[in-house]
Design a protein around this ligand. Sequence first.
Ligand code: NI
Length: 168
Amino acid sequence: MALLPILCYPDQRLHKVAQPVRAVDDRIRALIDDMLETMYDASGIGLAATQIDVHERLVVIDVSEERNQPLVLINAEITWMSDVRVKGEEGCLSVPGIYDGVERATAVKVTALDRHGQTQNIEAEGMLAICIQHELDHLKGKVFVEYLSPLKQGRIKTKLVKAQKAER
Ligand code: NI
């Protein structure tokens, strides 16, 4: 297992569109283990492959308090979304230190493969529903700050570019 470097907004690679995983094999399972380790190490509740510069439809999530209920979604598709929407505060491991309100469906149904290549159907609400929508956006090349006003996006870009320069 290994910790993987996480791409930081406004890195253009965060806007690449992920391709379907062709086969759920040992390579994918090793990647899943590394992504889970990376997500837990960074105290995140979700990580999409896009964020580690792998452009395949793979996300890992754990919204449990105990950090012991990993959920792996391969080639996930949202099959239903509630009309009811809620605005909640979101953050992202690729946008460190920034939190802002995003409107999302309160509940979703998702079909995906698990780490054994088996189909799983998930009905999610609350934080899990929001996290799934956030992570699947990453696979489309979309970062949550893109829901914010252009003015806010500009400010966030400037702040993060400065922070990244200071780190080097
Ligand atoms: Ni994110």
